[in-house]
Design a protein around this ligand. Structure first.
Ligand code: 5GP
Length: 206
């Protein structure tokens, strides 16, 4: 890693747990935060734009991307491929930016392995399985099969909660937003990402 100040926030959790709303709260609180746009082979939803929410690639394009080494991590989730572009993440690290990733459990593990202390990982979930089912039904973006698949993978993703730094139970939108903003604030105050000697020198000279 070139820069000592680039940091990565990984947000993981079942679809429907409210990750998008929490991302928005983070962008409001940290205007310099940058979203890493992933690639996916799943078709766009009605309100999704290519290059903003995802880069929507065909399965062939994705396979070519894997062969070229375009991805720092990728995974098959609910029958589609999703991947974090190396270039997309590396530019943030090199420039010392704060980068936000919305990726699944497998992705979180890989990013943590690669970037260690520079990663803050947060798992977001609903208070119960039933709540998740209700939210997904209300959102109406998934067909019956896909909905069942997402509920099943949510249950297996939950088993990995201990590998995360923080857990947010999203039972109250405002509280969950406040929690995530506080967690990120605290993370940005931790020592490892700073050049401590430079900080001490500057402190003594000012
Ligand atoms: P959705 O289809 O609901 O947008 O996303 C499905 C799942 O894929 C979510 O858990 C999301 O976090 C995950 N995901 C999105 N982008 C990536 C990625 O680049 N890598 C990995 N590993 N998972 C991703």
């Amino acid at each position: 890693m070139k820069s000592k100040e680039g940091a990565i926030i990984v947000l993981t959790g079942p679809s429907g747990a409210g990750k998008t709303t929490l991302c928005e709260a983070l962008f409001k609180a940290f205007p310099h935060l940058r979203f890493s746009v992933s690639c996916t082979t799943r078709p766009p939803r009605e309100d999704e734009m290519d290059g903003i929410h995802y880069q929507f690639w065909s399965k062939e394009q994705f396979q070519e991307g894997i062969a070229r080494g375009d991805f720092v991590e990728y995974a098959e989730v609910h029958g589609n491929f999703y991947g974090t572009l190396r270039a997309e993440l590396q530019i943030g690290i090199d420039m010392g930016w704060l980068t936000l990733l919305d990726i699944d459990v497998q992705g979180q593990m890989n990013i943590k392995k690669l970037y260690g202390d520079y990663v803050l990982s947060i798992f977001v979930t609903t208070p119960s399985y039933k709540d998740l089912e209700n939210r997904l039904l209300a959102r109406g973006t998934e067909g019956t099969n896909n909905l069942q698949e997402r509920l099943q993978s949510a249950a297996s993703e939950m088993k990995h909660i201990p590998s995360f730094d923080y857990l947010i139970i999203n039972d109250d939108k405002k509280r969950a937003e406040n929690e995530i903003v506080s967690i990120v604030h605290a993370f940005l105050c931790t020592i490892p990402r700073y050049d401590v000697q430079k900080l001490i020198d500057n402190w003594a000279q000012s």
